[in-house]
Design a protein around this ligand. Structure first.
Ligand code: ADP
Ligand code: MG
Length: 338
């Protein structure tokens, strides 16, 4: 008798979920990215008990046609890429077609979606099984309600940390997404209280005011720089406004927030000797480049990327920040000479 068999869709989705959906914040990240990809201008996120009890995401984006709803929950099902060529020229945040399938595999999910105000579709899934779909009245956009996260994967549930830690991760994700998308108004509520809110007027400094407070945002300096391949711009704090962690240095490539040790250090290098030991600036760095120069298909969570011409980009970031800070220091000197 044959000993090798292909795993069922349910089981393979659970395995994939292990990579993509590590914790409540992963759900928030994937669903908010979907909302951004759907051209939403308003994304309202509600969580209860740090997302373990409930995560709800409501957007006013393009919605999903009724016939596409069951497909959207299949693994490797996406509207965002079609060919190998597209894979190396990704213009959306999503492209792997794994998030909805993975989330539905490890939780109870209700989606309500409509492509126009009026009639929409409501689908209910649990543990990877599509239980019901029905027509329903809905406004244009999509609402996902995720309950009982990890109910069928007890090991993962145990791995989740305290609610404070998990909530902090959710806030961090939402803030980074908001910084990458100042044109989108985000709200984040936890246990009924507003935790974070951005204006969505398209102005990055105003978005930063929503995240770091008005006075910190106002004191940050706008910088920009470009070479043949990259355009960098953003806001950096003065060397006297610092934090004890590098986590307040945010990097965005074409609107996608990424983690990259070397680029983070390029920002710090831009400050030269102006920072005290163990202190790091607040910084938001927007990097615009041809998608062909960045491979986003490196890691299931898409937070790590592989860059061509990384050294060139590092140099550009450091130099642009260094020059901007140098200008700032000239002002008091110039005044004192009057
Ligand atoms: P991916 O984002 O990688 O395509 P997902 O599993 O996250 O994969 O989503 C599958 C598909 O479902 C998307 O390609 C998109 O067509 C659709 N979709 C998901 N969320 C939304 C949303 N909020 N609004 C509109 N369409 C959505
Ligand atoms: Mg997605």
């Amino acid at each position: 008798m044959a000993k090798i068999h292909q795993l069922s869709a349910t089981l393979s989705n659970q395995i994939a979920a292990g990579e993509v959906i590590e914790r409540p914040a992963s759900v928030v990240k994937e669903l908010a990215e979907n909302a951004i990809d759907a051209q939403a201008t308003q994304v309202d996120i509600t969580v209860e008990e740090a997302g373990l009890k409930l995560i709800e995401i409501l957007d006013n984006g393009i919605g999903i046609e009724a016939e596409d709803v069951p497909t959207a929950f299949l693994r490797h099902a996406t509207s965002k890429i079609l060919t190998t060529r597209d894979l190396f020229n990704v213009h959306s945040l999503g492209f792997r077609g794994e998030a909805l399938a993975s989330i539905a595999a490890v939780a109870d999910v209700t989606m309500t979606t409509a492509t126009d105000n009026g009639l929409g579709t409501k689908a209910h899934l649990r543990g990877g099984k599509l239980l019901t779909t029905e027509e329903t009245a809905s406004r244009r956009g999509t609402q996902l309600i995720v309950r009982d996260l990890f109910f069928n994967t007890p090991a993962r549930l145990k791995y989740v940390k305290s609610q404070n830690t998990e909530l902090a991760r959710i806030v961090d994700i939402v803030n980074r997404l908001a910084m990458g998308h100042p044109e989108v108004a985000f709200t984040l509520r936890h246990n009924g209280k507003m935790v974070s809110r951005t204006a969505g007027h398209g102005d990055l400094q105003q978005t930063l005011a929503g995240i770091y407070g008005v006075s910190a945002a106002k004191s940050m300096l706008f910088f920009e720089g470009e070479d043949l391949d990259f355009k960098v711009s953003g806001y950096v704090s003065l060397p006297d406004t610092t934090r004890a962690s590098q986590q307040y240095i945010s990097l965005m490539i074409n609107g996608r927030y990424i983690r990259n040790y070397k680029l983070t250090h390029a920002v710090i290098d831009g400050y030269g000797s102006k920072l005290m030991v163990g202190r790091y600036p607040l910084a938001v760095i927007d990097i615009a480049m041809d998608p062909l120069l960045v491979d986003v298909n490196v890691h299931p969570t898409k937070a790590e990327v592989r860059l061509s011409k990384e050294d060139q980009l590092r140099a550009l970031i450091s130099q642009s920040i260094r020059e901007r800070l140098a200008k700032e220091n000239l002002i008091p000197d110039a005044l004192s000479n009057l």
